[in-house]
Design a protein around this ligand. Structure first.
Ligand SMILES: [Zn+2]
Length: 465
């Protein structure tokens, strides 16, 4: 560990913990130890934390008290992960319909942070988090995942943050400071095009980050630009990715160009990081210390190891708005073999998760769905959204809004959507907003938020004319 990283561990993280009232340092130490525990010990720790989460939900969350009373259950009836099948799944629709009832009655309002999903599932959602869950447990898991890729807490990492913003004034103050200390290099994910890619690559060469973190679609754009322009790739120790499913062709391209196997991570805005690849790259080790992950059939019952099913998450630390058996919308399967790295943290071998196409604009931009900042649609009251690019100049936003929205509000939502899209894509695209009753999932049961029928080659030919 170099001096800078030692400083980060011994001073910077504890100081930020003190300001925020969080325990990142302690949680990271906890994960560093428990990652090597045997499966039984991890299960026992998980059961203990689950009992705490269920008791809290029963005592302080009206929604859970009601559904447990209806089923004649007391907190003692749910003492381990297998007992969770006694409770129903929690869907996004249920969160929207029971927002107040799902909010804990013993957490002061000022401690509840309003959060929203990135919309990569095509269905944006607003919900509450607490700092302990979000900034402490979530961050500790993120730091451990970095360690697995050989990246320490204060190592320089280049990233492409999306338009999220920070929940309150303290975070708006802390975030830039923390970025400065970590010497972070950030690029605007909304502005990746043939004009900006050369300067992105130059900046990577000049600032020499140890790692780069980006969505698979963004990494693939970067890699294809480097390859097409005949340059050598900037020297990076690790390539970190996540947020969308990484296709095999994207992985192969990134591996070829950067000469590194990318570390794929699996997370969501609702529950932060859920799992990550280790250096064996044989699947996602799931953070069973902090979460119960279930893979279930349509009736919310566990499927056999190796079979595909819905990925459900129970967050053992989410106290502000507990998510118990939350349906991520992803499809996954448990690995049939343990990982060669020796860690017993459960291994997800397959994930048919969120996929994202790229929107090609007439002005020469390539924009990924995630960089449109799909979460902003949630604030307009949109419950599901799909962007379909039919031709280079035409795009349709198919939008679902609640049926009780008044006509004058519909006009406002339409303008809001057009505004968000024009801001990310430019004014030279014709945008049609179409209100629909539902958005059909794909055959695999997934919502695809961005569909582009424009071929990259025809786009390239036209913008180079
Ligand atoms: Zn492993």
């Amino acid at each position: 560990m170099d001096v800078y990283n030692r400083l980060a561990r011994t001073i910077m993280i504890p100081v930020v913990d003190a300001i925020r009232g969080t325990h990142v340092a302690a949680y990271l130490e906890d994960l560093e130890e428990t990652q090597w525990w045997c499966a039984e010990d991890i299960k026992e720790l998980q059961s203990r934390r689950l009992q705490g989460a269920i008791t809290h939900a029963y005592d302080h969350v009206a929604y859970y008290r009601r559904i447990m009373d209806e089923r004649g259950l007391s907190p003692a009836d749910i003492s381990c992960a297998a007992d969770l099948t006694k409770l129903p799944m929690l869907t996004k629709a249920l969160v929207r319909a029971n927002f107040d009832e799902l909010t804990a009655d013993n957490i002061p309002k000022r401690k509840l942070l309003i959060a929203r999903t990135g919309g990569s599932t095509g269905s944006p959602l607003v919900f509450y988090k607490t700092g302990d869950d979000w900034f402490a447990h979530g961050r500790a898991r993120g730091l451990l995942a970095m360690q697995w890729a050989g990246v320490d807490v204060a190592d320089r990492v280049a990233s492409f943050p999306t338009a999220f913003g920070w929940p309150n004034a303290r975070e708006r103050f802390l975030a830039p400071l923390s970025r400065r200390f970590r010497r972070a290099v950030e690029f605007d994910a909304r502005d990746i095009s043939d004009e900006t890619l050369p300067s992105i690559v130059q900046t990577l060469r000049r600032t020499r980050p140890r790692a780069i973190a980006a969505y698979p679609s963004v990494l693939a754009l970067l890699a294809s630009y480097i390859k097409d322009s005949g340059q050598s790739a900037p020297d990076l120790h690790a390539i970190l990715t996540g947020g969308e499913q990484m296709f095999e062709h994207q992985r192969a391209l990134v591996r070829e160009v950067f000469n590194r196997e990318p570390f794929s991570r699996y997370g969501s805005h609702e529950n932060s990081l859920l799992g990550t690849e280790c250096d064996k790259h044989s699947g996602f080790h799931m953070f069973a210390q902090d979460l119960v992950i279930e893979i279930v059939d349509d009736d919310a019952q566990p499927v056999a190891v190796g079979d595909d099913g819905h990925v459900l998450v129970t967050n053992l630390h989410a106290r502000g708005m507990p998510f118990i058996r939350y349906d991520t919308g992803d499809i996954g399967a448990w690995a049939t073999e343990p990982c060669a790295c020796g860690r017993a943290m459960p291994l997800l071998s397959r994930l048919t998760g969120r996929t994202c196409d790229i929107i090609y604009t007439p002005s020469g931009k390539r924009v990924t769905g995630t960089s449109v900042g799909m979460s902003r649609f949630a604030l307009l009251g949109v419950t599901a959204l799909q962007i379909v690019q039919e031709t280079l100049d035409e795009l349709t936003a198919r939008v679902v809004i609640p049926s009780d929205v008044l006509p004058e509000q519909v006009v406002r939502v339409r303008r809001g959507i057009e505004d968000i899209l024009h801001r990310s894509l430019g004014d030279d695209m014709r945008i049609t907003v179409e209100f629909v009753n539902r958005i059909e999932p794909t055959a695999a049961g997934k919502y695809v938020p961005v569909v582009s029928r424009v071929s990259p080659d025809s786009w390239l030919n036209r913008v180079r004319e």
